[in-house]
Design a protein around this ligand. Structure first.
Ligand code: AHR
Length: 328
């Protein structure tokens, strides 16, 4: 199926997608066939990520995209990759649910001579030649930005000596996003004598799961100072449970809620003060993948590992204008 030849101009209206800036409209062209195995649709972030991939790898830009939603199961991702290999696609793009368990299937892709581009999360393999490139977030750096902000904020509040009770709601266990963000918090807890992890639960990056685990935690009626949630969906679920149990969520006289992603909804919670800090995780990764493929097509050198620049937003500086100016 490699290099699907079609008359692209005819397909532009049918595809309903626009040419990327600077892309010349091809007339009689060959489409690059890409199989994309996505984790699922567990969060608002993930939906934005899928849309970005679909927009960048559309027919008008010269691609035939075969999309597979793994519904949060690694088995489904492995099955999808095997099917991409059978279809003899030109490239496989994989957003791996967890870091481990990829060697055999990626060896199959390598034997079939199909380059694999990892997007969003990375993998742990002994043989790094099993993937061609990785583009995604630096999750450890995101976690470090969060704990440094928390440290500075507590210092401003004169709370460096009093016991600090932290609830930690983790993302999907074994995913790069969880490993990086959890690692930063756990290191910070080790290096602060007054920081205590009073609960650590898996929220699976979903609002529903975080609501469920937080509902159990608040039943213990504990003093909770900080809730560190590994994405916006989890923060929203945790806030629902905390508020139902009578806790206030704010940095001034309530629970300090830390979140990751900085989606539109998450930043609106930041604007009304219920999320104190929101560390950005940029889902708009489609154009980066298209750039990598285009460089590979031209035989140009590529960087094997690329991290996207990201920032943070807090309840003190966020404004409606900032939210409105953002693309997701
Ligand atoms: O891997 C990125 C993480 O996965 C995002 O933080 C989260 O929202 C998503 O589900």
């Amino acid at each position: 199926m490699k290099r699907l030849t079609i008359w692209v101009a005819c397909m532009l209206t049918l595809a309903g997608c626009t040419l990327a800036p600077g892309t010349a409209e091809p007339e009689d062209s060959e489409l690059i066939v890409v199989g994309f195995s996505q984790v699922g649709a567990e969060s608002e972030w993930r939906v934005a990520n899928t849309e970005s991939m679909r927009a960048a790898l559309c027919e008008a830009n010269g691609y035939e995209l075969i999309y597979d939603d793994a519904r949060q199961e690694q088995e489904n991702q492995i099955r999808a990759i095997r099917s991409f290999i059978q279809q003899d696609v030109d490239y496989i793009v994989l957003s791996p649910i967890t870091e481990s368990g990829w060697s055999s299937i990626l060896q199959e892709a390598k034997s079939a001579d199909i380059p694999v581009i990892l997007v969003d999360r990375c993998i742990e393999v002994a043989d790094e030649s099993l993937y061609t490139a990785y583009i995604g977030s630096d999750f450890s750096k995101e976690g470090e930005m969060a704990v440094q902000w928390l440290d500075a904020q507590l210092e401003r509040q004169g709370r460096t000596k009093e016991p600090l009770n932290i609830v930690h709601i983790q993302g999907t266990l074994g995913s790069s996003a969880q490993i990086g963000r959890s690692g930063a918090l756990e290191n910070a807890v080790r290096s602060h004598a007054n920081w205590r992890l009073i609960a650590q639960e898996d929220g699976d990056f979903t609002r529903a799961k975080a609501y469920e685990v937080m509902t159990d935690i608040v039943k213990k009626d504990a003093q909770i100072d900080v809730v560190y949630c590994e994405n916006d969906g989890e923060a929203l679920g945790a806030i629902d449970a905390l508020e139902q149990a009578g806790y206030k969520c704010n940095v001034w006289d309530g629970v300090i809620v830390v979140a990751f992603d900085a989606t539109n909804l998450g930043l609106n919670y930041c604007l009304d003060g219920r999320i104190s800090l929101n560390v950005e995780c940029n889902p708009l990764q489609g154009p980066y993948v298209a750039d990598i493929i285009s460089a590979l097509e031209q035989g140009a050198p590529i960087e094997k590992v690329q991290h996207i620049d990201e920032t943070l937003f807090d309840c003190f500086t966020i404004t409606q204008q900032i939210i409105d100016a953002r693309a997701y």
